[in-house]
Ligand binder design. Structure first.
Ligand code: S3P
Length: 461
């Protein structure tokens, strides 16, 4: 890393200095997908026999999942990015002797709760300050309907679970569009006697759990049902299935790739290839949205690995800013809302940064879920864009960003949220002058290599 560019200052809170960039060039491969790694570990842990998970995510969140599974008696060996799981199979999971610490990871807590609910054991799931403020009623309610006993104060962690071998199957309409909640119910459904169904009436969310369960031998069905007058997807799982351990090759993390893609798309003259990245269509809406704005992004070498689509993303940015080629009136914001939102939920702060560079800017709505992520991502994005000189209007469920706006270097806050730190690092690359990201070390929650990898493909002005 070029220290004159990215400097980790000594002190209590890490602050990263970011100099403006000229362009992004090169070819990279990224650590394994966080969402897929969580699921591979959780499902391998309850299967019969060994599973070798390769290119396992380097994120702190996925390390939390492995630690919690060890707490439930699962034997796990990790060497670098290879993880060997001895599935508990017929022996089942053991009651943990201490509370299970899910760290900063909502995915760990919500999905692990679904897994633990299907065993005769008691467990307490807790986490860091951010996680202890996040809503868990969304999983408490369906798990109680399945007859697990749940304890919490005001629906926030710590979460007490008394599971049972005799879970009741349910059919459940998701009140929030959440893959974590859907996954929690399907994972519990794996242990219920009968068919458990989840109806995604608010739009389809990422389907990694369904794909991974099938990879390990579970039987799932999808059907179209009518809810609120429109056709929506319902997925169901046949309970009491015997899963067999299986090796899993985990693709590069698309949500990590998104930061590099956006930087390359926005810096004229860039040419970047990201190889072996996950291209599951329920995750890549960010790409489709950028393409619809006129950015040039190609896909190469597309194939399936371990039941997940994978390929190479190739971003090229013309020497002229993309907005000069965009059709339509310049003063009208591009609007992103509705059922698209769950499919680019983690990319929305970054999309707001991209929007600040588009003619007419961008409006993002129906995204109130952003307020209950690792931080309130709407208010964090509004604060940081404002600090860089962008006019932003805040709504309860989103924001409107004026563009194109030249960004000013500024002191930016991560708010302890990895995706905010990375989105505003990208913004800082485009800015006039040096910026600083306060609390930049939180990138390790999903992408510890972010700064060094970015530096390896960045040409500075
Ligand atoms: C995730 C689902 C999303 C996402 C999170 C990871 C997953 O959360 O924001 O980073 O792996 O299922 P919700 O499903 O709660 O929206």
């Amino acid at each position: 890393m070029c220290l004159s560019t990215l400097v980790m200052a000594q002190g209590k809170m890490a602050r990263m200095k970011i100099r403006p960039a000229q362009r992004i060039t090169g070819q990279v491969r990224l650590p394994g997908d966080k969402s897929i790694s969580h699921r591979a570990a959780l499902i391998a842990a309850v299967a019969e026999g060994q599973s070798l998970l390769s290119n396992f995510s380097t994120s702190a969140d996925c390390a939390s999942t492995l630690d919690c599974l060890r707490g439930l008696g699962v034997s796990i060996r990790r060497e670098g990015n290879e993880v060997l799981v001895e599935g508990s199979g017929a022996d089942g999971l053991r009651a943990p002797s201490v509370p299970l610490d899910c760290g900063n990871s909502g995915s760990t807590m919500r999905m692990l709760a679904g897994v633990a609910a299907g065993y005769d054991l008691e467990a307490i799931l807790t986490g860091d300050e951010s996680l202890r403020s996040r809503p868990m009623k969304r999983i408490i309610e369906p798990l109680e309907l399945m007859t697990a006993q749940m304890r919490s104060e005001n629906g926030r962690p710590p979460l007490g679970i008394k599971g049972t071998n005799a879970l009741k199957p349910i059919s459940y309409e998701l009140p929030v569009a959440s893959a974590q909640v859907k996954s929690c119910i399907l994972l519990a459904g794996l242990r219920a006697a009968g068919r458990t169904e989840v109806v995604e009436k608010l739009g389809a969310t990422r389907d990694h759990t369904e794909r991974m369960l099938r990879w390990f031998g579970a039987e799932l069905e999808t059907r179209t049902v009518v809810a609120n007058g429109s056709s929506v997807e319902a997925v169901s799982i046949n309970g009491k299935a015997n899963l067999s351990g299986r090796d899993v090759k985990i693709p590069g993390d698309f949500s990590s790739a998104a930061f590099l893609i956006a930087a390359a798309a926005l810096l004229p003259g860039s040419d970047l290839k990201i190889e072996d990245v996950g291209l599951n269509p329920t995750r890549t809406q960010f790409l489709s949205t950028l393409r619809s704005f006129g950015f040039q992004i190609g896909l190469l070498d597309c194939r399936d690995e371990s039941n997940e689509p994978v390929g190479t993303v190739h971003v090229r940015a013309k020497l002229h800013p993309p907005e000069s080629q965009l059709p339509g009136p310049a003063d009208v914001p591009k609007v992103v809302r509705g059922s698209l939102i769950p499919q680019l939920i983690d990319e929305l702060p970054l999309l707001a940064v991209v929007g600040s560079q588009l003619s007419g800017g961008i409006e993002i709505r129906d995204a109130a879920e952003l307020r209950v992520k690792e931080a309130d991502r709407i208010s964090a994005t509004v604060r940081n864009l404002g600090a860089m000189g962008v006019q932003v209007e805040e709504f309860e469920d989103g924001l409107r960003v004026a563009g194109p706006t030249p960004l000013q270097g500024a002191t930016l806050e991560s708010f302890g949220d990895h995706r905010i730190a990375m989105a505003f690092t990208v913004a800082a690359l485009l800015a006039d002058g040096v910026s600083e990201i306060a609390g930049s070390d939180c990138v390790s929650i999903s992408f510890p290599e972010f700064f060094s990898l970015l530096e390896s493909v960045t040409d500075h002005s």
